[in-house]
Design a binder for this molecule. Structure first.
Ligand code: MG
Length: 380
């Protein structure tokens, strides 16, 4: 029996080291009883944007059903998957967790539909990117500390939160944006959180898709990643009912992706032999799926895109969501006195960005309620 324990104290030389952090925007004394990345993780868990993730969704709107994933459960799944792999690769588990928990903080209500709508509204004023918004949340928008705006997180956590960024925005971000211009890699912890996000969402969207009745097992059986495992499950458990067979299939899919990610990354790290966390940034991406499993994951993503995200029932909901976002944006820009007091003051300096921040911060149900309050004469 191989020893399955992983000693968390033995961090690899390529792992991010909290003592070697590039620091915070506002210098602070080091924390007691925990390290800098642990403190970042704790600040994220305690912030208001994190709590709002509970009422934000990706594919289904929050009130559609209590069993669907929300952004909060999605973020927890991402963190769980990423931490498992981080430990195996002897990366910094706390930094991985902090990035995973924060990666969706900037998401608008109504998932991609809300974000696309807000981006269109904001085109003349610099657009709206949800990754950049997650960074804005942790850098500026959270108001809970006396000495600074935002959460004042370490460079390494902020770097991981900013998963993608347009060249124009990268140029404005200085040090943090540099890797998008020079096309270098972020830390392994950031690379890992990014791929764990993918593992989490393709699998939970299959689950939610079937549960909602928008996808069925027959269609999914044509997708390699699902089909192979599902056939094996049917052989082993022919009589347990479809729900359990789906769960058994999904746990095997997650396991295949996570195992492949771990082994492929282990081999890449070994071949590259980075001597430090800094050397990692100059190398190619070292956290990756194998060619074959990567192709399977892409096939599943394509399937979800065509059959779930573009399903007529989802599109009907997303078109309503987009309309709500557009109308809220137009109403607040047209008359900023409709904004709550604190946003009203900010709007005097920066009208459109403030309105975008206000809308982006809304949960699904709050946006629906706010829309009703603004547009329905018998609501106040
Ligand atoms: Mg995500």
């Amino acid at each position: 029996m191989p020893d399955q324990r992983v000693d968390v104290r033995s961090r690899a030389p390529w792992a991010a080291d909290p003592l070697a952090s590039r620091g915070r925007l506002h210098p602070e004394p080091p924390p007691e009883g925990r390290d800098a990345f642990q403190r970042d993780r704790d600040r994220i868990v305690h912030c208001s944007a994190f709590r709002r993730l509970e009422y934000k969704t990706q594919v289904f709107v929050n009130h559609e059903g209590d069993l669907f994933r929300t952004r909060l459960t999605h973020s927890i799944e991402v963190a769980q998957i990423a931490r498992t792999v981080a430990r195996r690769l002897r990366l910094n588990e706390d930094l991985t967790e902090a990035i995973s928990l924060a990666h969706d903080l900037g998401h608008t209500p109504f998932g991609h539909a809300g974000q696309d709508a807000l981006n269109r509204c904001m085109q003349p004023w610099g657009g709206f990117e949800h990754n950049l918004q997650s960074l804005r949340v942790v850098d500026e928008l959270e108001e809970r500390y006396g000495d600074f705006d935002g959460l004042n997180l370490c460079f390494e956590t902020r770097e991981g939160v900013l998963k993608h960024c347009s060249a124009a925005n990268a140029a404005r971000l200085g040090e943090l944006g540099r890797r998008f211009i020079e096309r270098t890699q972020p830390s392994l912890e950031a690379q890992l959180a990014n791929l764990a996000d993918e593992v989490a969402y393709v699998n939970h969207d299959v689950d939610d898709g079937i549960r909602s009745g928008l996808l069925n097992v027959r269609q999914l059986s044509e997708v390699d990643l699902f089909g192979r495992h599902h056939r094996e499950v049917l052989r082993r458990f022919p009589d347990v009912g479809e729900r359990r067979q789906v769960y058994e299939t999904i746990r095997r899919m997650i396991n295949e992706l996570v195992t492949d990610l771990t082994h492929t990354s282990e081999a890449l790290i070994r071949a590259n032999d980075p001597r430090s966390a800094a050397a990692v940034r100059q190398a190619a991406a070292l956290i990756a799926f194998s060619e074959q499993v990567g192709a399977r994951a892409r096939q599943l993503k394509q399937f979800l895109f065509e059959n779930l995200y573009r399903h007529s029932q989802v599109l009907r909901m997303t078109s309503k969501a987009a309309r709500i976002v557009n109308e809220l944006f137009a109403a607040f820009v047209d008359d900023s006195r409709l904004l709550p007091d604190d946003h009203r003051r900010k709007a005097e300096r920066q009208l459109h960005r403030t309105v975008a921040d206000y809308i982006a911060g809304m949960t699904d149900r709050y946006a629906i309620k706010e829309h009703r309050r603004l547009f329905s004469i018998d609501e106040t």
